[in-house]
Structure formats: C-alpha cells, structure tokens
Ligand binder design. Structure first.
Ligand SMILES: Nc1nc2c(c(=O)[nH]1)N[C@H]1C(S)=C(S)[C@@H](COP(=O)(O)O)O[C@H]1N2
Ligand SMILES: [Mo]
Length: 325
C-alpha cells in the first residue's frame, strides 16, 4: 500500500522560503571581495576567462556516443516504489543547484554547458586494495546500468521525482576492494575556476566534495548515475557521473565526480564546512529536525507545486533505517 498524503492547495510555501541554498554565493559579493580586480568589469572577468567562450561537447543527452546508444534507455527496476508523478523532464532540467555555475537555479542549465565532460576519468583511490582510474566508458562497460525512479528532496524544501540511470556504488567499491580500516567514502568534484565562475570564490572550500560512511555507500539505494530520463545526464544534472543518495538531502548527491577516496577519518565536506548549523554531515531527510531557514515537515514538488508531507528518510526507511538503529 502506498501512502498518499496530499495536503490541500493553499498550504503552499511562501516565496521567501524558497530562496537559494546559501546566502554566501552571489556574484556581487564575489566581485566585491575581489577588489584587486577592480579594473576589470564583470563581463571581462566572466567572459574572457580562458576556455569559457568555447562550448565543448554540449548536450551529452542529445549527442550520444555509439556505446551510449547501445546502453540507453536501460532496463527499469521496479523495486523502488514511487508514490507520486514523475517530474517533467524539462522542469527538472531547468531548475538546478550547481553552485560551480550559478547560484540562480534557472541559469545553471545554460552555464553548465561550458564544462567539458568528455574525456572524463574517475580516480578511485585511498584505502583500497586495487586503486584504479576509470574512463567514463570503462564505467559504462563494466557496470550494468539500470533505471530507477527516486524521490529527491532538497534541504531548501523543493522536491522532484526522477528516473535516474546508473549502477550501485557498491559495484564500483567491490571492484577496488576497500581495506577494512576504510570508514568513509569521500567524493570530489572538478576544480576549474576558469570554466566554473562560482569557483572564483577562492575562500570557499572548492572543489565541491561530499562523503558517506562505507556502510551508506554500500547500501543498495546508493548509485552513481550516468543518465536521467532514459539518456545520458545533461550537464546541469551533473554529467558525466554523479552520486544519488535519495534518503539524504539533495546536497549529498554530488555532481560531476572526478575522485572517490576511501579514508579512515570523517572528511570535511563543502556545505558542512561553510554552514555546519544548516548542513549536517549525515543529512538524512528528517521532518523532525527543523532548519533555520526552510520548513522541513513539508515539501513542494517543482513544476506542479504540489505540497506533500516530508517523510523520514524521504520514504526509504525500509532500505536504510537499520543503518541508524
Ligand atoms: N558539484 C555539485 N554537486 C551538487 C551541487 C552543487 O552545487 N555542486 N548541488 C547539490 C544540491 S544542493 C542539490 S539539491 C542537487 C540538485 O540536483 P539537480 O540539479 O540534478 O536537481 O545537486 C547537488 N549536487
Ligand atoms: Mo539542495
């Protein structure tokens, strides 16, 4: 039985509660802090950075390689029940959090096209028996892709339901064989301040990084996604490979991963370093834990604006509750 908890319209979240992830990241602040560049205008700074004018392999979701043409769309797995309508693709693809490119969700899809996502390698290193660097194509060939419908809940109180294509992170970890002293999996995104204008904020802990316990990383819900809506990821969703951990707030699901490191200490992470009171390390979706800026007992679906009650572990208790018992 599914739980259809639908709250009447009119309970919609006030506009001011749907403000961006952080107040730290507006371009004006970035420029003010860079007083030594006062002679340059914003357009000089952001328009003339090497490489930024050139759009490289834009729209990987439309320009499939022969290998990708064989692999997409992947077989759908129905084990993960969906209790709501899937978000429209165009809505999910034009409302994104990706602070490397813009603090304005509606602008991310445009700016993110600058990232060169081919060729791409993922280095898996640290406390493992077989450290290994995978080309994206190695990942696609070695691990079998499947499609899963997952809910996504951002700490900012917006939510979506999306068909990801990917494979369990566990398959990759089994391949490199973590040593028993490895306790955490640290995931690191790219660092290209000349491509990603948000990274000009040098006082922030770039590159974006996240971390899970090894147990969380091995959970069957945890996937590395290479696609969405039946095709490779568009850049704004984190091409060419991102994490998806659907029982945690969205910021844990790090995009454009370049390095995965097994470590024996609790790593520092991007948002937790910037604002620890607002972004806990564990970040399990929990309507019982209030947030200073956003309501956590309810959420608004992007596109339809439907309001729903937020569920503990985002509704994935059956899969993860025993991790925290
Ligand atoms: N590298 C990177 N990954 C990131 C982010 C980011 O700013 N940079 N934002 C996170 C946040 S806050 C959310 S809600 C999701 C949004 O994923 P989507 O844009 O595919 O919906 O990505 C997460 N992954
Ligand atoms: Mo988020």
């Amino acid at each position: 039985m599914t739980h259809h908890i639908k709250i009447p319209k009119g309970w919609e979240l006030p506009e001011h509660e749907l403000t961006p992830e952080s107040i730290f990241m507006n371009r004006r602040e970035v420029l003010q802090a860079m007083g030594w560049l006062g002679a340059f205008s914003a357009s000089m700074l952001f328009g003339c950075a090497p490489g930024s004018a050139e759009v490289t392999n834009a729209h990987p979701e439309k320009n499939l390689t022969p290998l990708e043409k064989k692999l997409y769309p992947a077989t759908r797995v129905t084990r993960f029940k969906m209790d709501r309508r899937i978000t429209e693709e165009a809505v999910a693809a034009s409302y994104n959090n990706y602070y490397e490119f813009s603090e304005v969700k509606e602008d991310v899809d445009h700016h993110a096209q600058k990232l060169k996502t081919r060729p791409w390698q993922v280095e898996v290193t640290g406390l493992v028996e077989n450290p290994k660097t995978y080309d994206l194509d190695d990942l696609l060939k070695q691990f079998s892709l499947e499609e899963r419908f997952y809910r996504h809940r951002c700490v900012e109180a917006w939510a979506m339901a999306v068909p990801w294509t990917g494979f369990p992170l566990k398959s990759l970890l089994d391949d490199v064989k973590p040593l028993s002293k490895a306790k955490y999996v640290r995931l690191v995104s790219f660092h290209e301040p000349f491509t990603a204008q948000g990274q000009i904020a040098f006082w922030q802990p770039w590159p974006y990084s996240e971390a899970l316990t090894v147990k969380e990383a091995m959970n069957e819900l945890t996937i590395l996604a290479t696609g969405v809506y039946g095709h490779p990821l568009p850049k704004q969703h984190g091409a060419p490979v991102r994490l998806v951990v659907p029982w945690k707030y969205g910021f844990k699901s790090i995009k454009a991963i370049q390095r995965i490191e097994l470590v024996d200490y609790k790593p520092k992470t991007f948002w937790n370093t910037l604002q620890p009171q607002e972004y806990g390390f564990t970040a399990n979706v929990d309507p019982g834990v209030p947030h200073p800026r956003w309501p956590q007992t309810k959420e608004e679906m992007i596109g339809t604006k439907e309001i729903r009650l937020t569920q503990l572990y985002n509704g994935y208790s059956d899969f993860v509750a025993d991790l925290y018992a």
